[in-house]
Design a protein around this ligand. Structure first.
Ligand code: GDP
Length: 200
């Protein structure tokens, strides 16, 4: 219920940030969303906020790597981190993004939790593990959110969950509880809203 209240409020795109000095004032708490490109991050943010097309439906490696801020009325900032793991992204672009990400994660005092999105079909990949290590180093509590659960067969579900739990157990900053979601089917969306609504 609390979750519904929070996100029934208006959500709006505030700004895209390419450098630390562009960050909005930390005058409210925020949560961020990280994940490999194509993991379903835009779809999840759209489902959470109930606004189709709010987050870019697709991200391309050629596009500027921005940290996108969304405002919610009386709620936290929702922060969309650029997708990682593009096979063909130029080294310079990757390095710039990693520097910005490190600065953001280690220096943002109002950041309450990171949600690391994991494709439920693939489990935790090495690049996901790297982000998790960065979150450990930055002392940012993170929670794994499995996406596209509708694409996983019932019989495969336990294996994937075990793989993800095993990977999380190696990360001190990991929150033990997983959230299984499907933006397409609306699965886990209320749960995630409620989790965000409890943070302060
Ligand atoms: P992003 O690159 O992480 O922002 O990923 P997108 O949100 O653009 O999604 C990538 C692709 O996965 C798109 O084709 C989406 O339609 C699809 N997708 C996203 N979420 C789901 C889901 O919950 N279920 C299914 N079946 N497909 C999804």
């Amino acid at each position: 219920e609390a979750g519904r209240l929070l996100f029934a409020a208006e959500t709006d795109f505030l700004k895209g940030v390419v450098a630390m000095d562009g960050l909005p004032a930390p005058d409210r708490i925020e949560v961020c969303f990280a994940g490999r490109s194509n993991v379903g991050k835009s779809s999840l943010i759209n489902a959470l906020t109930g606004r189709k097309g709010l987050a870019r439906a697709s991200n391309t490696p050629g596009r500027t790597q921005e940290i996108n801020f969304f405002t919610t009325t009386d709620g936290p900032y929702l922060v969309d981190l650029p997708g990682y793991g593009y096979a063909n992204a130029p080294v310079k672009v990757v390095e710039k993004w990693q520097r910005l990400l490190k600065s953001y994660l280690s220096g943002r005092q109002n950041l309450r939790r990171a949600f690391v999105l994991i494709d439920a079909r693939h489990g935790v990949k090495p690049v996901d593990d790297e982000i998790m290590s960065l979150l450990d180093q930055s002392a940012v509590t993170f929670q794994a959110v499995l996406t596209k659960a509708d694409k996983v067969k019932e019989k495969d579900r336990e294996n994937i969950l075990a793989q993800v739990r095993g990977a999380l157990s190696k990360h001190p900053a990991a929150f033990p509880e997983l959230v299984l979601t499907s933006s397409d089917k609306g699965l886990g969306i209320e749960t995630l809203r409620a989790i965000i609504a409890t943070l302060d």
